[in-house]
Write a protein that binds this ligand. Sequence first.
Ligand code: IPM
Ligand code: MN
Length: 353
Amino acid sequence: MEMNIALLPGDGIGPEVIAQAVKVVKAVGNKFGHTIHFEEAPVGATAIDLTGDPYPDATHEVCLRADAVLFGAIGDPKYDNDPKSKVRPEQGLLRMRQKLGLFANVRPTFTFPSLIHKSPLKLERVEGVDFVFFRELTGGVYFGEPRGRNEQGTKAFDTNVYSKEEITRLARMGFEAAQKRKKLLTCVDKANVLATSRLWRETVQELAPEYPDVKVEYEFVDAVAMRLIQWPKAYDVLITENLFGDILTDEASVISGSMGLMPSASLGTENKLFEPIHGSYPQAAGKDIANPLATVLSAAMMFDYAFGLKAEAQTITDVVNKSLAEGVVTEDIAEGGKAYKTSEVGDWLAENV
Ligand code: IPM
Ligand code: MN
């Protein structure tokens, strides 16, 4: 197969971890006989420094041309401490999601046996955890209008808006994923208070008869925040709106003890983007110490979700498991064993594909 992959390394450790994923993707391409073209473009603070814009038009063009986008991380502390700064790296991320139509953010939580003791939860609660969030990514309070302040600047407002169509397309992805998994779908909302949540619930209830093999549960977001800690094994596929999903997927990302390893996908009808769940980790930038495995596993998701190539995806997951088992890992998970450099882990993975 011929594949065009856009590389958006972004900020902080982004370039280093993307470089390792590229090594692995190339090795998989060689092994399975694929021709893979890469095209790189700036995003985030890096793009602001170069062009003044965190998501330049030229970068958007590169993404549109590609079959899939591999994304590193964005964010730079120099913007975090300046709430008045006019351009911010995060604006680039939000504009990119919107312009590429990436309405579904897929964030899995699963365990790696060799890391499970790092979970903040008791072993018996977390062993075997395997669920996935489908977070709506281009609607809700992140994008709703009006937003802003009154004239005096003494009141601020954001608007949460959802259309039936936005809910339906996200929910369908959730139903279809559940059909291929444990056939349980949880709709996470706040229907006891919010009009938008009532539309979510109503829409999901209307769709449910089309997926008779899927059991649907409806839970309030506050209860899910609690139950994710108490009974994480009770979940399979969870669907939810943008803001609830932002919060809950951060909670979810740490419960397996493998935060540095969790990949994600952001999917639209035309475009597909893959990125690690962790951030830009500016303190480690340029030091060759960051853990590249989440980005490498995001590349595995890319083979699966963007190209339907399951054997290629599995090859990557297997080699990551092998590196964990053999202790070829970065300092964050080395636990007294040898700490390999980011680039050494990437080289080892590529050689062992
Ligand atoms: C995420 C991030 C972003 C979000 C920020 C950086 C805008 O937290 O991808 O979850 O809130 O969506
Ligand atoms: Mn977030």
